[in-house]
Design a protein around this ligand. Structure first.
Ligand SMILES: *Cc1c(COP(=O)(O)O)cnc(C)c1O
Length: 355
C-alpha cells in the first residue's frame, strides 16, 4: 500500500465522500441559502487545498479559513472561489491583494480596514458577538462601529455574521437567545443605514438542525468531514511477537499480559496525533476485528494485543475509520472529534482517492 519512500502510516482522504457531504448539506439548506465550506486548520486535518479543489461554484459560495496565511496558501494553489478569513483579520493589504475577504471581529480591526479603505475599496464581513463572548462586536460597541463605517465610504459591508456557542448541545435553548440578540443588533445597524447583502449564523450543528434562515448562508465545517467519514487513518504491523504470561509492555510497564499473548507493534505514536490518552484504552481494527491498545502509546510506536486474531507481520491496521469513529476516539481522550482530526500531524502523509 505504501509508496517507495513513504512510511507505512497514512491517512486516506476520500474526496468522493467529501463531495457527497457537500451535496447532503446543500440539500438541507432552505430556499436561497448557500454553503460556506469551512476549511480552516488544513481542512480539519484532511488537506485544505485538495478539498478546496472539490468545491465548485455551483455548490459552494465561499470557502472560510481562520487565518490570512491559510487563505493565501489556497490562492497560491490556484483556488479562485471567494475566501473568507473568519478572523482575526491581519495583513490587510496583503489579504486584499489576494482577493481575500476579511471577517472583522472588533473595533480595533475595523479601524485597520477603515484605514486601508482610505486608498482602496474594501469589502468585509462584520462579526457580531451575540453571546459567545469571544470574537465579534458587542452591542455597547455598535455606536462607535456605526460611526467608523459611516466615515469610510470605500468600505463595503458585504456580510454580517455571528457564531453560536451551543448549537450542538442537546436541549439547547441558548441559540434562540443568541439569534434574538443578533436580530436586535442587526436592527440597530439598519436603523443607522447599515446592512449587508449577506448574513450567516449557522455552523454545521445549527444548519443540520434547520436554524438557517432562508437566504442566509451557512458555515459548515465538521459535517463536511463526518456526515459520511472522509478520513481513514491506517498503519501496518511492523513487529508481532509472542510473550509469556506476566510480560510487561511499554513505558511505565502499565500493562502485563494475563496469558501467553501475541503482541503487535504499530509504527505510529502521539507525535502523529495518536493520543497518549489512548494508552490501555483505545481499540484498532486488524482483519476486521477489534484489538485493544495495550501499554502506553509512545511517541512513535503503539502496541496492540492480537492474541485472538490471526494477525501477521505486514497486516494493515485501521486506527480511525470504518467502525472506529472520530467520536469514539475523542471520547477516549476526553475531547471532541475536531481535535482528533486536527491532531493528525503533518508527519502522516495524506493519500487522496475518490470513491
Ligand atoms: C469553525 C467555525 C465554523 C464551523 O463550525 P463546525 O462546527 O465545524 O461546522 C463556523 N463558524 C466559525 C466562526 C468557526 O470558527
Amino acid at each position: 500500500m505504501s509508496g517507495p519512500f513513504e512510511r507505512p502510516t497514512w491517512a486516506e482522504i476520500d474526496l468522493g465522500a467529501f463531495s457527497r457531504n457537500i451535496d447532503a448539506i446543500v440539500r438541507r439548506l432552505p430556499q436561497g441559502s448557500r454553503l460556506i465550506a469551512v476549511l480552516k486548520a488544513n481542512g480539519y486535518g484532511h488537506g485544505a487545498i485538495e478539498l478546496a479543489r472539490k468545491c465548485d461554484r455551483e455548490r459552494v459560495a465561499m470557502i472560510a479559513v481562520a487565518l490570512v496565511e491559510e487563505a493565501i496558501e489556497l490562492r497560491r494553489a490556484g483556488i479562485e472561489l471567494p475566501i473568507l478569513v473568519l478572523g482575526p483579520a491581519s495583513h490587510i493589504d496583503v489579504a486584499l491583494d489576494h482577493a481575500i475577504t476579511l471577517g472583522v471581529t472588533g473595533p480595533e480591526e475595523l479601524a485597520g480596514v477603515c484605514e486601508a479603505a482610505l486608498h482602496r475599496d474594501v469589502g468585509i464581513h462584520l462579526k457580531l458577538d451575540s453571546g459567545m463572548g469571544r470574537m465579534g462586536v458587542v452591542e455597547s460597541e455598535l455606536p462607535r462601529v456605526i460611526e467608523m463605517i459611516r466615515n469610510a465610504p470605500r468600505l463595503h459591508i458585504d456580510g454580517i455574521y455571528t457564531h453560536l456557542a451551543n448549537a450542538d448541545e442537546p436541549g439547547d435553548s441558548y441559540s434562540a437567545m443568541q439569534l434574538a440578540n443578533y436580530e436586535r443588533m442587526l436592527q440597530a445597524l439598519r436603523e443607522a443605514g447599515i446592512d449587508a447583502p449577506l448574513h450567516h449564523v449557522a455552523n454545521s450543528a445549527a444548519a443540520l438542525r434547520g436554524l438557517v434562515k432562508p437566504g442566509d448562508f451557512a458555515r459548515a465545517g465538521i459535517a463536511l468531514y463526518t456526515l459520511s467519514p472522509v478520513m481513514c487513518w491506517r498503519t501496518q504491523i511492523v513487529r508481532v511477537k509472542t510473550l509469556p504470561r506476566g510480560a510487561a509492555i511499554g513505558y511505565g510497564t502499565t500493562f502485563h499480559t494475563q496469558r501467553e499473548s501475541r503482541i503487535a507493534t504499530l509504527p505510529v505514536g502521539y507525535a502523529d496525533g495518536y493520543r497518549r490518552a489512548f494508552s490501555n484504552n483505545a481499540e484498532v481494527l486488524v482483519r476486521g476485528k477489534r484489538a485493544p491498545v495495550v501499554g502506553r502509546v509512545s511517541m512513535d510506536l503503539v502496541t496492540i494485543d492480537v492474541t485472538d486474531i490471526d494477525a501477521r507481520y505486514g497486516d494493515e491496521v485501521v486506527l480511525l475509520g470504518e467502525s472506529i469513529s472520530a467520536d469514539e476516539l475523542a471520547a477516549k481522550a476526553n475531547t471532541i472529534s475536531y481535535e482528533i482530526f486536527c491532531g493528525v500531524s503533518a508527519r502522516v502523509p495524506r493519500r487522496y482517492h475518490e470513491t
